[in-house]
Design a protein around this ligand. Structure first.
Ligand code: F6R
Length: 609
């Protein structure tokens, strides 16, 4: 949720740190800071608010150095204050931290007894003092860090510099991503490759429990037992274009418009092969998928809604039972596990803590068959899973997930169809039909995107509202949920979604002229049922905003506004119907003047509970 960047070079690294923090800002944006080793001293600048404010302060104070670390924060322990912003310093040791230290109270007491005083309310300051405490015992910075991490419980990615050791920085990882970037005569650390891509694409992903020493001309990695290890070098293929705004006003708008391309890339392999092959899900997938007798999906937020759509597909297409559960619920309840079920985790970032912990819990219950649907290569959740399907949405920077969601849906549809084929429930004709539908999907999504001006005109009417209700039925009910989530998180309008049939069991009481009701009403087998539900709303004076297909034969009337998405695309309809609800949320937020890409209180990837 927070972002880390660090650099050591022959040049001034301050611009590298600032640029890196700007690229990481989407991960957390309460406050930002950098610390540099300058001669015999460690200098620090921190500011609440955005990186740009901290940048101005650093320039004003003439910050320059060839060694430094930086951080952008999403507050967990302690409020949003300058004192709580990172880096934290203890006697010339400066440190940045992502994650949460669970035993920080206990360590704080210990350190207080040793005479340390605390300036912040953070768990991080404890680590800085602990490192200093070990340095006092005669260790060097790397040894001190290696000792300290053994005294910590919780999750961390750490980068540390000391005024006494101006030739290196040291870092450690447990439960939060951290990588080392390899340059020519200069090296870097970062929580996310986007932070250093302007300097290098060659990266080493640290493993759980690793520590590393990063000097100008060498990098040494140590495992959890402090033994030197070689970790594989990767060349990142993250495109610079995906990290830049280009002609768009916001990353969210850009990412909404990237969906035809993102879907095309994600579906490329299956369309080229003209068939659903288990190998789409990695080596050995056929063996695994052939054995499974059911599916358990685990995810959070928007990814959970993707899983909720998939349940309809998996049960109706493959005939396998499928349950979907919010990861933070699953991980804390007594689960009756069936090890013959495939556990599918869905995560854009691949590092959501609750999803990761739910996966670990499922494995501890005997689930050996695991599959991750993920957008970030080499992230923690796919690495902990037996099988992987990578969506190829490209970097998603806007906090509100858009292209990740639709590409997750594409991946989940491929799973449903592949399972059906393995179960003998998909004949050649049906398979060819699905492939044809997938081939047309990017085009249908583009048609839906072309509705933007009409949807923007609706947004003007939503902007002054306090509340909104979203309705859908069947496989489109999760799209109503996703529409309500998008609207609330970026426009701050309170929005709820219900299965339309549930309306009269309570939520109908909310309906009046001030409650816009958005209905996802495609021309499927449930359209007539949805129409009756709409009558219930109209009869109570509610105003309806209906997204329906070209061929639904559904007209406008007083209090009933209609936007027609392209011709009904059959089973893939939820993907196409996602586009209008994304655009509605985006334009409503725009009309309300909120910070679309960085909505209040949120951050992109949730690596804390
Ligand atoms: C909403 C949103 C979140 C994420 C959720 C899970 O727009 O983006 O609800 O979907 O935090 O994140 P991932 O998919 O990274 O596990």
């Amino acid at each position: 949720m927070c972002g880390i960047v660090g650099a050591i070079a022959d040049r001034n690294v301050v611009p590298v740190l600032i640029e890196g923090l700007k690229r990481l800002e989407y991960r957390g944006y309460d406050s930002a800071g950098i610390a540099v080793v300058d001669g015999q001293d460690v200098r620090r600048v921190r500011r609440t608010g955005r990186v740009a404010e901290m940048e101005g302060a650093a320039a004003g104070e003439g910050f320059r150095s060839s060694l430094g670390i930086g951080h952008t924060r999403w507050a967990t322990h302690g409020g949003v204050t300058e004192a709580n912003a990172h880096p934290h310093i203890s006697h010339g040791v400066a440190l940045v931290h992502n994650g949460i230290i669970e035993n920080h109270e206990e360590q704080r007491e210990r350190l207080r007894a040793l005479g340390y005083e605390f300036e912040s309310q953070t768990d991080t300051e404890v680590i800085a003092h602990l490192i200093h405490h070990h340095l006092k015992q005669g260790t060097d910075l790397l040894q001190a860090l290696q000792r300290v991490v053994k005294e910590l419980t919780g999750a961390y990615a750490l980068a540390v510099v000391s005024r006494k050791e101006p030739e290196r920085l040291v870092c450690a990882r447990m439960g939060c991503p951290l990588l080392v970037g390899l340059g020519e005569g200069e090296n870097f650390v970062a929580s996310d490759v986007s932070a250093i891509i302007q300097a290098t694409r060659r990266v080493i992903f640290l493993e759980e429990g690793d520590t590393a020493e990063v000097a100008r001309d060498r990098v040494r990695v140590f495992d959890a037992d402090d033994q030197p290890v070689q970790r594989e070098e990767h060349v990142s293929d993250v495109s610079l274009a995906s990290l830049e705004l280009g002609p768009y006003r916001h990353f969210m708008q850009k990412e909404i418009h990237e969906q035809p391309r993102a879907l095309g890339d994600t579906l490329e392999a299956v369309i080229d092969a003209a068939g659903f092959e288990p190998s789409l899900f990695g080596a050995g997938a056929e063996d695994v998928l052939q054995q499974v007798e059911g599916i358990q999906i685990l995810a959070c937020g928007t990814s959970y809604y993707a899983g909720s759509v998939a349940r309809y597909w998996i049960e109706s297409i493959s005939g396998l039972p499928c349950s979907v559960e919010i990861a933070s619920e699953y991980r804390y309840r007594t689960v009756v596990a069936n090890p013959k079920h495939l556990v599918v985790t869905i995560s854009q970032s691949g590092e959501t803590l609750d999803t990761m912990e739910a996966l670990k819990y499922a494995k501890s219950l005997g689930h050996a068959h695991t599959l991750s649907i993920c957008n970030v290569p080499e992230s923690a959740i796919p690495r902990a899973s037996r099988l992987v399907f990578y969506t190829r949405a490209g970097a998603e920077i806007g906090v509100a997930s858009t292209k990740a969601f639709t590409t997750q849906l594409a991946g989940l549809f491929l799973l449903a169809a592949t399972l059906a084929k393995l179960n003998g429930r998909l004949d050649a004709e049906q398979e060819a039909g699905y492939i044809e539908a997938l081939r047309h999907l990017p085009g249908s999504v583009q048609h839906a995107l072309n509705l933007e001006p009409q949807i923007a005109s609706w947004a003007e009417r939503f902007a002054p509202k306090q509340h909104a209700l979203f309705l859908g039925r069947g496989v489109h009910y999760p799209i109503a949920l996703e529409g309500a989530l998008k609207l609330k998180e970026i426009s701050y309008i309170h929005a709820e979604a219900y299965p339309a049939g549930e309306l009269k069991h309570g939520p109908l009481a909310l309906v009046d002229a001030d409650m816009p009701v958005v209905v996802i009403a495609p021309n499927d087998g449930l359209l007539e049922k949805v129409k009756s539900n709409m009558q219930e709303v109209r009869a109570r004076g509610g105003e309806l905003f209906v997204f329906t297909d070209q061929d639904s034969n559904f007209g406008e009337s007083e209090g009933v506004h209609v936007i027609r998405t392209p011709r009904h695309v059959g089973v893939l309809s939820p993907i196409v119907h996602t586009i209008p609800v994304q655009l509605l949320a985006y334009h409503t937020a725009l009309a309300r003047g909120t910070d679309v890409d960085k909505p209040r209180n949120l951050a992109k990837s949730v690596t804390v509970e």
